[in-house]
Design a protein around this ligand. Structure first.
Ligand code: BEZ
Length: 212
């Protein structure tokens, strides 16, 4: 089953470094940043786990819970976490899912046999409180993720939801947003009394308040 944007993500139960979880219940009314990595005790993964932990206040501000996964055991994850904390100068508190038999990695199509038959690639799933998949990205094993982009896209999704707008290339919080073409000029005038610019009939921009 290919997981598509807008789909309800599969639910699962698993052991994690913070205890057993039932995934949908664990997400609750928050957003989730679910990300896989190839293996414990590997260098790129160590920096990514450290970066996620260092950014925990940024995730919390946005109502997002991080949760990692690799095809290793809880015991291995916990031992490795000590290395992550030591080398990345952090205290990792978010759960890491144990998936030694690849059940969850297969459910979420994190195993790409052209890369590895037994280790997950670097998948990113941003999931909203309705458990819908809002963004997915897949990075190769040899390249660590860009966490600025992960936070940016969460800001963009939450801003889009709050204001009914779309966000242009390289949008950053504070930049002008785009009024979707599905909204008529009359509808846009009612929705955005602050006014908007019409660059082309299909390209209208508006200043919006920040969500956070
Ligand atoms: C790493 O995390 O460093 C890594 C893992 C698997 C393959 C290559 C690099």
């Amino acid at each position: 089953m290919t997981l598509l944007l807008g789909d309800t993500v599969p639910d699962f139960t698993a052991n994690t470094t913070t205890g057993p979880i039932s995934f949908h219940d664990w997400i609750g009314n928050d957003w989730a940043f679910f990300f896989s990595h190839p293996a414990d005790f590997t260098p790129v993964c160590t920096t990514e786990m450290g970066r996620t932990s260092q950014l925990s206040d940024e995730f919390t501000k946005r109502g997002v819970k991080p949760i990692g996964l690799s095809t290793d055991t809880v015991e291995e994850h916990l031992n490795w976490t000590e290395d992550v904390n030591d080398t990345q100068n952090t205290t990792l508190r978010f759960p890491i899912v144990a998936d030694p038999d690849f059940q969850i990695a297969k459910l979420f199509e994190m195993i790409h046999p052209g890369e590895s038959e037994t280790a997950a690639v670097r998948s990113v799933f941003i999931i909203d409180p309705d458990k819908k998949l809002r963004l997915s990205m897949t990075y190769p094993m040899s390249v660590g993720r860009n966490f600025d982009e992960i936070l940016r896209v969460i800001d963009a999704l939450q801003t889009g939801d709050a204001h009914g707008v779309a966000l242009p290339a390289d949008w950053r919080p504070g930049d002008r947003a785009i009024i979707p073409p599905s909204l008529s000029d009359e509808g846009a005038k009612a929705k955005f009394p602050q006014g908007f610019d019409t660059i082309r009939p299909y390209l209208r921009t508006v200043e919006i308040d920040l969500v956070k």
